[in-house]
Design a binder for this molecule. Structure first.
Ligand code: 5RP
Length: 230
């Protein structure tokens, strides 16, 4: 999976991440997303567990969020033990005015989608730079290595330009937590995210793509610490 820097402080990401942690109460089973924004949520939940006796179970979406959650002292469970989650909180790479999101900047979107769809409520935490009237960022598509060329051809037929995501510090492709490749596909402005989502899902060998049409609420953090809820 791509290395992600979760250590650089960002007041707007912190504001959104910490505000969303207030949605969590004792007894809940919570999906813990991946990335630098939700890392603030995970750390805040850990603080509440240690200092305020918050009693929750977390379901992680990546090895990154697993390591963070363990370090924070959050007890973990699995979807096999808890198939229905009370809440899932996660970041996004871009989110439009109708709350369609693109995720997968950290190549964790497959587990993130499974966890978010398993939750009764899915909340995205982000800073203003992630918001847009329409989606136009590249769409991460996790593919079985065996199906890469077929997926490239089918994504081109849909009007996309797919590029194999490369590892940052070594030669070769990024390998996801599930052992697969990621194609980042440019589609320009995505006029109909729901249709594109269905078309990408229909390609044999596509494990999951990064278009999310199931966001319930968006927490947008600002530099002054305020948070807008959409
Ligand atoms: C990982 C994701 C992340 O949630 C998304 O990339 C946002 O990350 P960040 O909060 O670091 O900007 O989808 O697969």
């Amino acid at each position: 999976m791509t290395e992600r820097n979760t250590s650089t402080d960002s007041p707007e990401k912190r504001a959104a991440g910490i505000a969303a942690a207030r949605l969590v109460s004792s007894g809940m089973v919570v999906g813990l997303g991946t990335g630098s924004t939700v890392a603030y949520t995970i750390k805040e939940l850990g603080r509440l567990v240690r200092e305020k006796g918050l009693d929750i179970l977390g379901v992680v979406t990546s090895y990154q969020s697993e390591m963070l959650a363990i370090e924070a002292g959050i007890k973990l469970t699995t979807l096999s033990q808890h198939p229905e989650l009370d809440l899932a909180i996660d970041g996004a790479d871009q989110i439009d005015s109708e709350l369609h999101a693109i995720k997968g900047g950290g190549a964790a979107h497959t587990r993130e989608k499974i966890v978010s769809v398993s939750a009764k409520r899915f909340v995205v935490v982000a800073d203003e730079s992630k918001t847009s009237t329409q989606l136009d960022k590249t769409v991460p598509v996790e593919v079985l290595p065996f199906a890469k060329e077929l997926a490239v051809k089918k994504i081109r037929e849909l009007g996309g330009k797919p590029h194999l995501r490369s590892a940052v510090k070594k030669d070769g492709p990024v390998i996801t937590d599930n052992g697969n490749f990621v194609l980042d596909a440019e589609f320009g402005v995505i006029k109909d995210p729901e249709t594109l989502a269905l078309q990408l899902s229909a390609i044999p060998g596509v494990v999951e793509h990064g278009i999310f049409c199931n966001v319930d609420e968006l927490y947008i953090g600002n530099k002054d610490g305020s948070v807008k809820i959409v």
